[in-house]
Write a protein that binds this ligand. Structure first.
Ligand code: PDD
Length: 280
């Protein structure tokens, strides 16, 4: 498997990252995951814009232009020959002797890798089970930080309960999945938790934005970006998660109880079809 460190090709099996990288020692960095369909990056500009925002929020200098980042993505596709895949990009504050405050004159470090992507066909067709889990993350979930302890603990809890995704609950309200956004549909209206600039409690997913800004208007469907409770979600007609890796996966049960009919619903199917048409 191949990767890039600051744009240079490396073998992922080699030791390419310093022990004193602040990403390694502090989780001091940001990341993006971008899908490759038909040998081309999907929504790359949106992903890179979000990466620049994450960097600004963490006060990590942006030392690569969009054109450079784009060419690195294209290089990984070309060198690997992968046409259906996912590219992981991480930027950390850089390498410096361990001290909590920002080091001076440190250069951010960019690491990237490419992998073939799972097709997820069975989940997209048949739907998946969701489990409500406590949202134990920090208060800046709008930043795509490489600190994912809350997310991985929530995912593992769901996995051990035989569920595909953990739907995180902070206080009274459902925020999002552990690596996805969450929508429910009740009486033909879609509900999803608000994102920045209204709320910092979820990641503003690129897939979520495409659904809200492109797909729902084209289908004549209404969305409200408002927090809702687990009880509300359990009473919904349909539910689904969205994300770069998941795309759109119907959620057919929550905490073991069926959502609506317990089958994938008609509105979710329409949204999936519209998304397939966009990525194709
Ligand atoms: N995760 N919310 C969280 C917490 C996420 O980690 C992700 C994506 C999303 C969906 O965002 P987008 O539609 O931009 O992929 C929402 C990536 C794919 C990951 O960690 O692998």
């Amino acid at each position: 498997p191949i990767g890039l460190v600051d744009g240079r090709l490396v073998d992922l099996n080699e030791n390419v990252v310093s022990m004193e990288d602040r990403g390694y020692q502090f989780g001091d960095g940001i990341y993006e995951v971008t899908r490759v369909y038909n040998g081309r990056c999907f929504a790359l500009k949106q992903h890179m814009d979000r990466a620049y925002r994450s960097l600004r929020e963490l006060r990590i200098p942006a030392t690569y232009t969009f054109d450079e980042l784009k060419s690195f993505h294209e290089l990984l596709i070309k060198e690997s020959g992968i046409t259906e895949g996912a590219i992981y990009m991480q930027i950390t504050r850089g390498v410096a002797p361990r001290a909590h405050g920002f080091p001076e004159n440190v250069v951010p470090r960019l690491t990237m890798s490419i992998r073939p992507a799972a097709a997820n066909t069975a989940l997209k067709e048949g739907g998946a089970k969701g489990l409500f889990v406590p949202d134990e993350r920090w208060l800046r979930c709008d930043i795509k930080s490489i600190n994912l302890l809350g997310n991985i603990l929530g995912k593992q809890r769901a996995k051990e309960a035989g569920c595909f995704e953990g739907l995180q609950v902070r206080g009274e309200y459902v925020t999002e999945g552990t690596s996805s956004n969450f929508f429910v549909i009740k009486d033909d209206v879609l509900w999803t938790h608000p994102a920045h600039p209204v709320s910092n409690l979820i990641l503003k997913g690129i897939t979520r934005t495409i659904i809200i800004e492109e797909i729902l208007p084209s289908l004549g469907l209404t969305v409200v970006e408002k927090p809702f409770t687990p009880a509300f979600a359990k009473s919904a007609d349909e539910a689904f998660i969205s994300g770069t890796n998941s795309e759109i996966i119907p959620i057919i049960s929550l905490d073991g109880a069926p959502v609506g009919s317990g089958q994938v619903g008609p509105i979710t199917r329409k949204i999936q079809a519209a998304y397939e048409a966009i990525i194709d």
